[in-house]
Write a new protein. Structure first.
Length: 132
């Protein structure tokens, strides 16, 4: 059996889940942690042995920042706005979960980006105050 044939046998839902996970640089274990399932469950979803349903589908969609319908293949809307389903409190919790899966280098990079953004934002606010 060729590699192409094997891939064609994997359901589209499973292929989407795997592609979304890989696009986000997550391991199966890291995604499982975000969704609160085992890495074996993620493997089963990605190989078509089982499919996420109910609350697991909802948590999976949130973890991957897509709609449930996109995972199921019933719509092509890749991303949904965070504000469509999350309050600031739940967003902070989600960010915290994601950060817990990163290594020190990744965390340092993110911290630098946040600091640069914060500095840039502060400069903009200061400039507006001076002009006003």
């Amino acid at each position: 059996m060729t590699e192409m044939t094997k891939k064609e046998e994997i359901p589209e839902i499973s292929q989407r889940i795997r592609q979304l996970r890989e696009d986000r640089g997550l391991s199966q274990k890291a995604l499982g942690k975000l969704v609160d399932v085992t890495d074996a469950a993620v493997t089963n979803w990605e190989t078509g042995v089982r499919f996420p349903r109910g609350s697991n589908l909802k948590k999976l969609a949130r973890a991957l920042n897509v709609s449930e319908s996109y995972i199921l293949g019933t719509e092509e809307n890749y991303k949904i706005p965070v504000t469509a389903y999350e309050s600031k409190t739940s967003l902070v919790g989600r960010i915290s979960m994601i950060l817990s899966t990163l290594n020190e280098h990744q965390l340092s990079t993110i911290l630098n980006l946040i600091e640069r953004f914060n500095t840039s934002n502060s400069t903009t606010v200061d400039t507006k105050k001076k002009l006003g």
